[in-house]
Ligand binder design. Structure first.
Ligand code: BG6
Length: 520
């Protein structure tokens, strides 16, 4: 394996991050799991890196009755459980900026309490005039989004009344954004009545991953890839998101959701869009988002009468993960024993545009697979002719460029080279670059990037209303077909990699899935 060395010292490459401007963060669903695992930890890490403004506070809102002190205790517990890089002593000034107010989400008086509290805390923490730079963060179950958004608007909390106020009050909406095209469009409709699109930050945490952002740098800050980034040189693309985790403690959410909604509609399609989109005119939020959406619009719709040849679903059965026996999906606590919810999706997509006509994009994602591996692999076309008499065309593997998203963040390029020995002796070498060994730092967690961008008012890494809808437009017919037919998901063993029907999807084209556990 060849290592890539940076051309300048690693410390010069890690660019200084700009600190966040003053802001108040108001979190709905504050005592929930997402806030404990991701949001509080992400903010504490930002604080520890010295990037949180002095003029900051967080107001947690929820149904549970808690005092500020209770909430701070919960926050400390969350740091201890979820982040080993956080020192409780070092972040105590951050913890002291956490407050809590309880109430009923559908009760107008809750929002007037919030308003009063914001006025008081803005003054105390010198954030600015009431409502200046306020982020409302929805970390509640999706069915509550509409109620909270409408209540915020009726309480006058969606707009400060100042001429530039729209940019200063922001609304962060977590996934899932709708269950299908209709519900997503309805939610967008409610948001549009209460907020301006420039205020909305729809989170897809994959877009906050350093390695996902690197796709754009890699493609558009180098000249050597763009000329070959098309159907003339690329044979096929594979996008894999494999997880070893099962449904964990999220049975009730997951059983109503499934892998197509949970992973495919958002993370998978977003990565595909970044790999395949045209160069945006600039790195401005709407320029990037326009190109991604244009790409998603060019994906060929699924033909319902031959669905199984293009998209298949699986569900994990019992098996072994990391040497331990684990139950199948239907035996998981809280899961319906007859559930047909898919935990695996494999699909073959075509992009009907000039650049990609005829190039298959194979995407797969699943839970309880052999290892955690997220990768985008671009396989180039084979050489057209072998001039080496003893080496046939089939003996010369194609070049594969692998963008490894996690857990080993990096890039590798496989190519053929002369091996020492007889005159015609060839082998595949891998030129590889690992983030960790080059930059020597742990890649910051996605939520840190997204929170910092939201505080800075940068929407580039957040999905726009039409981006969400175009993804649902593609997948809603599939969801309906799966719901209405009597077929059930194919079973695969926990700890496995696939199942025969998913393999046939790619093998019928004379190609193979890259092996989970050996990606990169
Ligand atoms: C979330 C899904 O969006 O992404 C989870 O809801 C999934 O089911 C998770 O486990 C995977 O994220 P990551 O960052 O661990 O790859």
């Amino acid at each position: 394996m060849l290592e890539i060395r940076p051309s300048v010292a690693a410390q010069d490459i890690v660019c200084a991050e700009v600190a966040a401007p003053p802001c108040a963060v108001v979190v709905f669903g504050a005592s929930g799991d997402l806030v404990r695992r991701k949001l509080l930890v992400g903010l504490a890490q930002i604080f520890q890196r010295g990037l949180l403004s002095e003029e900051f506070y967080l107001l947690g809102c929820g149904r549970k009755k808690l005092s500020d002190q209770d909430f701070r205790q919960i926050a400390k517990g969350a740091m201890q459980e979820n982040a080993d890089d956080i020192s409780l002593k070092a972040i105590s000034p951050f913890v002291n900026k956490l407050y809590y107010v309880s109430g009923d989400y559908s009760d107008a008086s809750f929002y007037s309490d919030i308003r009063t509290k914001l006025a008081e805390l803005n003054k105390k923490h010198k954030v600015g005039p009431p409502l200046a730079d306020t982020i409302f963060y929805l970390a509640v179950p999706a069915f509550l989004y509409g109620t909270i958004i409408e209540q915020l608007a009726s309480a006058g909390l969606s707009c400060t009344g100042e001429s530039d106020s729209k940019q200063r009050i922001r609304l962060v909406v977590e996934k899932p954004f709708g269950r299908d095209l209709k519900s997503a469009a309805q939610l967008n409709g409610i948001i549009r009545q209460c907020f301006d699109e420039s205020q909305i930050y729809r989170i897809d945490h994959y877009l906050g991953k350093e390695t996902v952002q690197n796709i754009l740098m890699f493609r558009f800050a180098n000249t050597i890839f763009e000329p070959v980034w098309n159907r003339n040189y690329i044979d096929s693309v594979q996008v894999t998101v494999a997880e070893t985790l099962g449904v964990e403690h999220r049975a009730s959410y997951y059983d109503k959701t499934g892998a197509l909604r949970d992973m495919f509609q958002n993370h998978m399609l977003q990565m595909l869009a970044l790999v395949a989109m045209e160069p945006p005119i600039s790195f401005e939020a709407d320029h990037v988002r326009d190109e991604k959406i244009k790409l998603l619009r060019s994906i060929r719709p699924f033909k319902l009468d031959e669905l199984d040849s293009f998209i298949v679903r699986g569900q994990y059965g019992p098996g072994v993960i990391d040497g331990e026996e684990v139950v199948g999906y239907r035996q998981e606590p809280g899961i319906n024993a007859q559930s047909n919810t898919e935990t695996f999706v494999a699909a073959k997509l075509f992009i009907d545009n000039w650049r990609w006509k005829g190039v298959p994009f194979y995407l797969r994602t699943g839970k309880r697979l052999a290892s955690k591996d997220t990768e985008i692999a671009i396989t180039f076309k084979k050489v057209p002719h072998s001039m080496f008499i003893s080496i046939g065309l089939d003996d010369i593997p194609p070049n594969v460029l692998a963008l490894q998203i996690q857990p080993e963040e990096g890039i590798s390029l496989g190519f053929q080279a002369k091996r020492p020995g007889s005159k015609v002796c060839m082998g595949t070498l891998n030129m590889s670059f690992s983030y960790k060994s080059v930059f020597g730092v742990d890649v910051p967690e996605a939520y840190q990037r997204l929170l910092l961008d939201c505080m800075a008012g940068d929407q580039t890494l957040f999905t726009r209303f039409d981006g969400v809808e175009v993804a649902w437009r593609l997948l809603t017919p599939v969801l309906e077909a799966w719901q209405n037919d009597d077929s059930v998901p194919y079973e695969y063993p926990a700890g496995g990699c696939s199942f025969p029907r998913a393999d046939r999807l790619i093998e019928s084209d004379g190609r193979r899935w890259r092996k989970i556990g050996e990606l990169g």
